[in-house]
Design a protein around this ligand. Structure first.
Ligand SMILES: *Cc1c(COP(=O)(O)O)cnc(C)c1O
Length: 402
């Protein structure tokens, strides 16, 4: 038995089968490259679903984490610590907002957004007790908690996890008329991904996000943008909403905020909205801990210069140009996405997304399939152009059946 086979056999015996990973066992990683237990090298074209926007082992992030490890790692929010104020101030400033509520995982931040919108609805908007409604989009992905799967349309994510949390209405993504019809007097928020990641990196029709902004402003409804995967540089801007010149009422952030080092998430909004909280009403033992703040501060510092966004934009144009050339050649039905983020729909005649992902793995490129026929490409934003081209060459080989 190889080291890979041994690791996979033990994993299957002793871990819940809630994932179906590609059969590669990573041991080390650096930049856009990972090395497995057999010493084989792989180009990471997934970047931990955008948690690794700054690459593996990013020097600045590792140094920030190491320095903080030697000082203080956890205080709980029972006490102040000396990285917290800077983290909140600088993250709010990056977002053009006023206040931050830190959590750990993306799902917790979405839960926080839901709770915040409801509380704002009752206390500020004046919605009758227990009546608050939040409008969401079909085919969304916002996480895995019981409340969040309550408004998922993915049967795999939902089935057998009921009873479900009420208070959500689902409308088709990209359909402003449906959204308008769904917004009633008791609607407190519209919660959307500005680009739907898990659904296949789907960009909504032009004008949609601007239309959502206008409608929510008119109706006194909060526009919550779940930028957990689309935000922090991935699309060539700090936030995907910027592509339509839209500023939501609330950003939900996660993944890249922790630099691929620690889980860090946050809700970022105005003082009118986040000002609804009083002590004891919401919290998290680890949320906003010193180690998380130290790493996230470095993430914010890297994003402040705009260099990585620029890089994602330029390399993204190149990626989409190259992928666009594959459409119509028989193997690829469509390509979607923005910046260094793409969904590639594989023609059924050329195999499933999983089969293509496995063939790419055999050639040293790691991607992940979604929804059967799509492969998702999202390399670290620090990837070299030659490496990106090398990965694209492997994709062309696999699609050509070579
Ligand atoms: C990944 C993701 C989440 C959930 O984040 P976790 O850290 O896995 O809980 C929520 N929303 C979007 C858009 C995501 O991509």
């Amino acid at each position: 038995m190889s080291a890979t086979e041994r690791a996979i056999a033990s994993t299957e015996a002793h871990s819940a089968h809630n994932y179906h990973p590609l059969p590669v066992v990573v041991a080390t990683a650096d930049g856009a490259w990972m090395t497995d237990v057999e010493g084989r090298r792989f180009l990471d074209m997934l970047a931990g679903y955008s948690a690794l926007n700054f690459g593996h082992g990013n020097r600045r992030l590792i140094d920030a984490a190491k320095a903080q490890l030697e000082r203080v790692t956890l205080t709980s929010r029972a006490f102040h610590h000396d990285r917290f104020a800077d983290f909140c101030t600088q993250l709010a400033e990056l977002c053009g907002m006023e206040m931050v509520l830190p959590m750990n995982t993306g799902a917790e931040a979405v839960e926080t957004a839901v709770k915040t919108a409801r509380k704002w609805g009752y206390q500020v908007k004046g919605v009758p007790p227990g009546q608050a409604k939040i409008v969401v989009a079909a085919n969304n992905f916002h996480g895995r908690t019981t409340t969040i799967v309550s408004f998922s349309t993915d049967q795999e994510a939902r089935a057998d996890f009921g009873p479900y949390t009420p208070g959500f209405e689902i409308v088709p993504y990209g359909d402003l008329t449906a959204l308008q019809a769904a917004c009633s007097a008791n609607t407190v928020a519209v919660l959307l991904e500005p680009i739907q990641g898990e659904a296949g990196v789907l960009v909504p029709p032009a004008g949609y996000l601007a239309g959502v902004r206008e409608l929510t402003r008119e109706r006194n409804v909060l526009f919550i943008a779940d930028e957990i995967q689309s935000g922090l540089g991935r699309t060539g801007r700090t936030f995907a909403c910027e592509h339509e010149g839209v500023v939501p009422d609330m950003y939900v952030l996660g993944k890249a905020l922790g630099g691929g080092v620690v889980p860090v998430s946050a809700v970022v909004s105005s003082s009118e909205v986040l000002g609804v909280y009083r002590p004891g009403e919401h919290g998290s033992t680890f949320g906003g801990n010193p180690l998380a703040c130290a790493v996230a501060l470095e993430v914010v510092a890297m994003l402040r210069t705009g260099e990585l966004q620029q890089r994602a934009s330029e390399l993204g144009d190149h990626l989409h140009h190259e992928l666009g050339l594959l459409v119509g050649g028989g193997a690829v039905d469509a390509v979607s996405g923005r910046g260094l983020w793409a969904g590639v729909d594989i023609a059924p005649s050329h195999g499933t997304g999983r089969e293509i992902s496995e063939k790419l793995m055999d050639r040293g490129v790691l991607v992940k399939d979604t929804h059967g026929s799509t492969i998702r490409i999202a390399p670290p934003l620090v990837i070299g152009k030659e490496d990106l081209d090398w990965g694209l060459d492997r994709l062309r080989e696999v699609l050509a059946g070579a």
